[in-house]
Ligand binder design. Structure first.
Ligand SMILES: [Zn+2]
Length: 107
């Protein structure tokens, strides 16, 4: 993914509207691109900062941003694990079917 596309996703990230595929590409790019990380931090600080000011609450925006990024990574990891598990399950299902067929036909 290029910086230009990532910049468009920053808005969606802040609004929590990234779908799963976008999240993966977004996180990958954010990890390796210093510029987009900065851009994300700035936009996040401005957007959330304004909202928090209106609410008059005390806030730690950088911490909040990090937490959001961590949550997204966790979601991606869980999803990958689930997908891996379903591959494993499928694999065993196929093995069982093969064993079953062998047992039936070898008699
Ligand atoms: Zn970039």
């Amino acid at each position: 993914m290029e910086c230009k596309e990532t910049e468009k996703l920053i808005r969606k990230f802040i609004d929590d509207e990234l779908d799963y595929g976008e999240s993966i590409e977004f996180m990958e790019h954010i990890h390796e691109c210093e510029n987009c990380r900065e851009e994300l931090a700035i936009q996040f600080l401005v957007t959330e900062g304004m909202a928090n000011l209106e609410q008059g609450s005390v806030f730690d925006l950088q911490g909040e941003l990090n937490e959001r990024l961590n949550n997204m990574e966790r979601k991606i990891r869980i999803n990958e694990n689930l997908r891996y598990l379903s591959y494993v399950a499928e694999f065993f299902a196929i093995i069982l079917i093969i064993i079953f067929l062998v047992l039936v036909f070898v008699k």
